[in-house]
Design a protein around this ligand. Structure first.
Ligand code: FE
Ligand code: CA
Length: 456
């Protein structure tokens, strides 16, 4: 378990240092079995200093598996709010897991009510699949004022993270359950690919290092994820007993540049090049190895971009997004084939600011080939604003393996048991004003070994 906090007197100070004096502070932490801290089971001290903008990461060991805990911090008489967390169970299939996942939370484009509604669902675990924050400066259409310029420096990224962390709905969601996070592009820059920025920029590697450092400082990540210059090991695996293994992927840091100049392309031959990768060889080997060794009921990929084939062009021509797995066809085919070797494959996706649900085909071009898993795509928390009731019937007809689409903001709530995976696509009618209610636009059940979405 990683406990996270940050000391800041003036969180959104433009230098990113939170208005803190340039010295070390002793921080006490406590973990208890109850939220009134009568039964403290672990406690300790750590230091916070300006090298990490007074961020605090505590890795707690020796807790009991499958157990709920509460934690808090204290520094110079100030006591933090209390967080709730839960350790992973060691084994067994009997207990259900409720996991909510989200992506694409632009501070300016809406209120983070979806995070509050997610917290009210009291999940055991939260996954964030990227675009936790956006690099852009404030724009006229925003409903909240984003602080600072487009983020390029460490100070910029720190200030941006601090503004996001000041949001009470986001704070509540973090305080409610443990989070497993992976980034997508906007934590650094739109559509970056390994060492290639969106547009030529000789300072990109410095920018990338700054973004990684600020991301590490502001997320509940282990020391093993601490960035070394432009490198940061984010992909990692977690098992929820024998029920589920979460393979958390990084499809940005190791990918080849987008094919055919990025964007949506028809007849792009480059995307079919078998040498192209979205994962990098090492991460792919690591994932294949994880699949081979898995004895889990559900093998879940927590990742960023659209995995299944998605033809966005009406009629016999096929148009594909070069930024998703369609732009890295051979890599996708290998992973789809490997998904067919595990008991139940589930791919979780963010990025596209819409809810989607689909069945993953072993061969993307053969719609009668067998299903090897299901893909659940979470809409954005706020990005692109309120949305509408459009049905996107054309794209659904073009891609019969895709079963559901919704253009509202929200998140996906999943419940894993030994026998089935239930997914509830949670939606808010608006985000440009606060306090929207939440409802479920659609639910699906996927039965053990069935790889199919059944409307529930
Ligand atoms: Fe996004
Ligand atoms: Ca077409």
């Amino acid at each position: 378990m990683v406990l996270w906090t940050r000391l800041a007197l003036d969180p959104v100070a433009a230098d990113g240092l939170g208005g803190m004096p340039d010295r070390r502070f002793e921080v006490q932490w406590q973990v208890a079995k109850d939220d009134r801290f009568r039964h403290i089971v672990r406690a300790g001290n750590t230091t916070a200093d300006s090298r990490s903008a007074h961020a605090v990461h505590v890795e707690v060991h020796g807790l009991r598996p499958g157990t709920e805990y509460y934690y808090r911090f204290r520094v110079q008489g100030h006591v933090s709010p209390t967080g709730r967390t839960l350790t992973t169970p060691s084994r067994g299939l009997s207990q259900a897991l409720t996991m909510c996942f989200a992506s694409c939370s632009h501070f300016g484009e809406g209120f983070f009510t979806a995070y509050r509604r997610l917290a009210e669902d009291q999940p055991d675990l939260v996954l964030h699949l990227g675009d936790y924050q956006y690099e852009y400066p404030a724009k006229a259409a925003d409903v909240r004022v984003v602080q600072g310029p487009e983020t390029r420096t460490l100070a910029n990224y720190r200030q941006r993270h601090a503004q996001y962390k000041s949001d009470p709905d986001l704070q509540l969601a973090h305080a409610t359950a443990p989070w497993l996070v992976v980034w997508d592009d906007h934590e650094t820059e739109n559509n970056w690919a390994d060492e290639v920025p969106e547009a030529p920029d000789p300072g990109f590697l410095d920018r990338r290092a700054a973004a990684f450092q600020a991301y590490y400082e502001n997320m509940p990540l282990r020391r093993a994820a601490k960035p070394q210059g432009i490198d940061m090991r984010l992909y990692r695996r977690f098992s929820w007993g024998d029920l589920a293994t979460f393979h958390m992927l990084d499809t940005r840091q190791y990918r080849d540049d987008q094919a055919c100049g990025d964007g949506t392309k028809i007849d792009c031959a480059e995307r079919l090049d078998p040498a192209r990768t979205i994962m990098g060889d090492r991460q792919e080997k690591w994932l294949m190895d994880g699949f081979r060794r898995s004895r889990s009921r559900w093998d879940v990929l927590g990742q960023q971009v659209f995995f299944s084939q998605r033809d966005v062009t009406a009629g016999p021509q096929q148009g594909f997004s070069m930024d998703g797995w369609d732009g890295y066809r051979a890599n996708r085919d290998r992973i789809a084939k490997a998904l067919g070797t595990v008991r139940n494959g589930v791919v979780l996706t963010g990025d596209v600011h819409r809810h989607w649900a689909g069945e993953i085909k072993e061969n993307a071009d053969q719609l009668d080939s067998r299903n090897v898993g299901v893909e659940l795509v979470a809409t954005s928390v706020t990005s692109t604003g309120d949305g509408d009731e459009s049905t996107n019937a054309g794209q659904l007809a073009e891609n019969p393996h895709l079963k559901f689409y919704k253009n509202r903001r929200g998140y996906v709530r999943t419940t894993f048991t030994a026998g089935e995976l239930r997914s509830d696509f949670r939606v808010l009618p608006y985000v440009r004003t606060p306090d929207a209610p939440v409802s479920t636009a659609a639910s699906f059940v996927t039965v053990d070994r069935d790889h199919t979405l059944h409307p529930a």
